[in-house]
Design a protein around this ligand. Structure first.
Ligand code: CA
Length: 616
């Protein structure tokens, strides 16, 4: 009888606690001691949580201010974490009067001291970009989950195909053996919406890996394994917008958390207005406050709570996972002042990190405007070391298809490099032939393997940080105007039952195998070549379709020759290049191993590239 009474009492107590505990979220969920910035702002979400008074008691941690906002379901708590604070856990109690109605156990962890973290990325790296849904399905059990709305459908080009983090983990060796030194994953945080969620750019929880990709812990496992293999990890961050499935969109903390319009108002997608000295307020407003897509609410980073939330979210992932770099999506679309503040805060905490901004702009001066350290007339500095080199991308995709002319063909590549004085640091530009939003490079060059090799040889020897899109190494095709699904096809071998397995080069065509061996050889050579990583660049005006570039140091030189002529093999007289070649008497071609006993005359077949290491 006594026992029964006890059970009933405990049940009643449990129910009582449950009824009163309406705390749904505390973000960030935890933090670390010993960070540069002692301030931390917690966003607390729960029904009528603003009616409560939060308290905590932990040595070194002080509650500085508690903010109530428009929506009573939110509280923002400003903490100050003293420099001497020790790692540990404490309870934040939420009281109504004297009655405790909710509590949260908050952990202050010790700093991440794992080896080989926060390494940044630079021109010594080559980045592999892959889309997790389309690379490899390592766990068919998570392709669909009960709690996520869109279920797997591999027949739909724009559906979820089941690729995941386990698939990436399973094939890290493929990535490193091919010769890549850094890995950029398209976003993998939760995107819980009805459709088109596979690409990851409509985040519904900034602190959670999408369960169809895996778990937060699995991402850390991926990073740790990658670091053991000397592979750096770059995470994709999206702060211009979130997904309409985001939990805070369903119950906004404040009306100005996002840009709200009377009816759907789309961005004009005109990045140049951000730097344009003559831009109208109308156009700037549409660029910055218009929505990227109907299911992507546009965040208003002028809201200081939101700005802090996003900055802390970035720092949380860097510290939690030990990231090496970041890629910021749609750099010109959020307020540029916020982007600068964000990048500055991240780099202050992690000076060895690197950030690349996606500045999708065709004009060089406007691209340069968005790179950190730019001497802009309006004083703007994004504090972001790297930006994407879309002008170079454009030239690479056109040059090999063109007949030689004053501004066509090889001159197109030459002219891009000739404008490098515009950039604060050309060596930090991200160079690429394609990515997840663009025509596959093999498609751009009309599925011509010779042009493909010329493009890759230029990309991997010019200044900047090369990025290669998954599958480009095996000539995957697809045009952007067919639909995004067609430039984001499944990597062959990533799914059980695939008849072709590109991870083991089983079933590839002769052309695919040729391309793969070419890329692999070039990457593995480049990996240890300091002349390419950090050497100077000198190029000579293209002459009759032949474009010659050198990368060189005081003692080393690499000569890159592109012959863009369709039919004519060229006997290249090297007299013109003696300011670089003086003192070098022989050379070896990197791909074929061909040895040049003398360098006076070099035969260059039509539509080909030679990469020759010069020898004294
Ligand atoms: Ca899966």
């Amino acid at each position: 009888m006594k026992q029964k009474y006890l059970v009933i009492t405990m049940l009643a107590l449990a129910l009582q606690i449950q009824a009163k505990t309406d705390l749904k979220k505390v973000e960030p969920m935890n933090w670390w001691v010993g960070m540069n910035n002692p301030n931390l702002q917690l966003m607390v979400y729960g029904e009528n949580i603003s009616l409560t008074q939060p308290t905590l008691n932990y040595q070194g941690v002080q509650v500085r201010e508690i903010h109530k906002v428009e929506n009573p379901n939110y509280l923002f708590i400003d903490l100050m974490i003293g420099a001497e604070t020790q790692p540990g856990k404490f309870t934040i109690e939420f009281k109504e009067g004297k009655k405790k109605v909710a509590q949260y156990e908050f952990e202050l962890k010790g700093r991440n001291t794992k080896p080989n973290i926060h390494n940044g990325f630079n021109a010594s790296d080559v980045i592999y970009l892959l889309m997790p849904d389309r690379f490899s399905n390592g766990n068919p059990g998570n392709d669909s989950t009960i709690n996520t709305l869109e279920k797997a459908n591999r027949q739909n080009p724009n559906g979820r195909h089941g690729g995941d983090l386990q698939g990436v983990i399973n094939h890290l060796d493929y990535i490193t053996e091919t010769g890549f030194t850094a890995l950029w994953l398209n976003p993998f945080l939760e995107n819980n919406q009805e459709k088109t969620t596979y690409h990851g750019y409509a985040i519904s929880d900034f602190y959670k890996v999408d369960p169809r990709f895996g778990t937060n812990g699995q991402f850390v496992e991926l990073v740790d394994l990658a670091h053991q293999k000397q592979l750096k990890i770059i995470m994709d961050m999206i702060f211009n917008h979130c997904g309409s499935g985001h939990w805070f969109i369903k119950d906004l903390p404040m009306s100005n958390w996002i840009h709200q319009h009377d009816s759907y108002f789309r961005s004009n997608f005109r990045a140049p207005v951000v730097s344009d000295p003559y831009a109208s307020e109308y156009d700037k407003n549409q660029m910055l406050t218009g929505w990227f897509d109907t299911n992507m609410p546009d965040l208003d980073q002028r809201n200081p709570y939101l700005a802090t939330y996003l900055i802390q979210n970035t720092i949380w992932w860097i510290e939690y996972a030990g990231l090496d770099g970041l890629r910021i999506d749609t750099q010109p679309y959020p307020y540029k002042e916020f982007i600068a503040e964000w990048a500055k805060a991240v780099m202050a905490q992690y000076p060895t990190l690197n950030i690349v901004g996606e500045a999708w702009i065709q004009q060089i001066p406007i691209t340069a405007y968005f790179q950190g350290g730019a001497k802009n007339n309006d004083g703007y500095d994004s504090h972001m070391n790297s930006v994407t080199d879309f002008p170079m991308h454009g030239a690479l995709n056109e040059a090999f298809n063109e007949r030689e002319g004053w501004d066509e063909g090889m001159a197109k590549l030459y002219n891009i490099l000739a404008q490098d004085f515009t950039y604060s640091n050309p060596q930090n530009l991200l160079v690429f032939a394609d990515n997840h939003d663009l025509n596959r490079f093999y498609e751009s060059v009309g599925k011509d393997l010779n042009k493909f090799k010329m493009g890759l040889s230029f990309l991997l020897t010019t200044r900047g940080i090369p990025q290669i899109y998954y599958g480009t190494e095996i000539l995957m095709d697809g045009k952007e105007n067919q639909g995004h699904g067609f430039i984001r096809k499944d990597f062959p071998g990533g799914w059980a039952g695939d008849t072709i397995n590109a991870f083991t080069q089983t079933g590839l065509t002769a052309e695919q195998l040729d391309a793969y061996q070419y890329v692999k050889k070039l990457l593995n050579w480049r990996k240890n070549n300091e002349t390419i990583h950090a050497g100077k660049l000198k190029h000579f005006l293209p002459d009759d379709g032949v474009y010659v570039t050198f990368r060189y140091t005081d003692n080393q030189a690499v000569m890159i020759v592109l012959n863009n002529s369709d039919t004519n093999s060229k006997s290249l007289k090297t007299e013109r290049f003696k300011e670089v070649m003086d003192g070098f008497h022989s050379g070896k071609e990197v791909i074929t191993g061909t040895v040049y006993e003398t360098l006076d005359l070099i035969e260059v077949p039509a539509k080909s590239a030679l990469i020759i290491e010069l020898r004294k």
